[in-house]
Design a protein around this ligand. Structure first.
Ligand code: FPP
Length: 247
């Protein structure tokens, strides 16, 4: 039986976040350049986006490029930027057709101007799409996001545009890049590392974590179904007791 048939439609996560790791190791295992791993990883991105849309997932956030990734070799950074452009160019029609909205989180302004433009154009073109949000983390770091939110709040307070008495978890969330999106219900990390790597630190307070040893380029839709089935077996308590949840 197809694994997807075992999924309970009502218990699917609203928001899935993914740390797409292992592209370099996938390539090294095959004596290929790291860049080949990223190219193959892009094929996985397409399959996962398609599958999430089919399942009716509302938000998919992909960690494509961290602030720390700027320290990688120039050649690799360039290749990743090219891939991102290629992804948007080749997929924009399909994203539109499938009513998928593109958003980005992170320091978009740190990216090369041509990449910024193409991302901004895609965000603009798809802003009225409602069936799914594809949220791409670009030049992103969770600590930096929190810091930027604090800077925005301090600035607003200084300009009498916001009062500290109105600051709580909900209002703080509205200063983050993810304003308006639900917190991730499930974080998937490929290639076996047990870390959150500065991803969505505020938003992941109650996120369920799922780690698989599979390298990102080898991750297939069946692996996504497995992660979802595992998620559906869990009891999410949000700090309450098991009895309170089943009441
Ligand atoms: C981590 O693998 C992966 C990245 C830093 C980049 C992910 C980018 C893509 C999958 C390409 C395109 C993305 C989009 C959204 C179109 P790694 O290089 O850290 O692997 P390693 O840990 O095995 O070295």
């Amino acid at each position: 039986m197809d694994l997807s048939e075992q999924l309970i439609k009502e218990k699917l996560p609203k928001h899935i976040a993914i740390i797409m790791d292992g592209n370099g190791r996938w390539a090294r295992k095959r004596s290929l350049e790291r860049i080949r791993g990223h190219q193959q990883g892009m094929e996985t991105v397409k399959e996962v986006v398609r599958t999430c849309r089919e399942l009716g997932i509302q938000v998919l956030t992909l960690y494509a490029f961290s602030i720390e990734n700027w320290s990688r070799p120039q050649r690799e950074i360039h290749a990743l930027m090219m891939l991102l452009k290629r992804f948007i160019r080749s997929e924009i029609k399909a994203l539109q057709k499938n009513d998928i909205q593109i958003r980005s989180i992170g320091h978009l302004e740190s990216l090369p101007a041509d990449v910024q433009n193409i991302v901004q154009e895609a965000v603009e073109k798809t802003k009225n799409n409602r069936s799914m949000v594809l949220n791409v983390a670009l030049s992103y770091s969770g600590r930096d996001e929190i810091l930027q939110a604090i800077i925005k709040i301090v600035d607003k307070v200084a300009h009498h545009d916001f009062s500290l008495s109105g600051l709580n978890e909900q209002t703080f969330s509205q200063f983050l890049y993810t304003a308006g999106l639900p917190d991730p219900d499930l974080l998937i990390r490929t290639s076996g590392e047990l870390r959150v790597s500065n991803f969505l630190l505020w938003q992941m307070a109650y996120t369920e974590l799922y780690v698989t040893d599979i390298f990102w380029p080898d991750f297939r839709k069946e692996d996504l179904y497995k992660a979802l089935l595992d998620y559906q077996k869990r009891e999410r308590r949000f700090g309450l007791t098991g009895e309170q949840i089943t009441k």
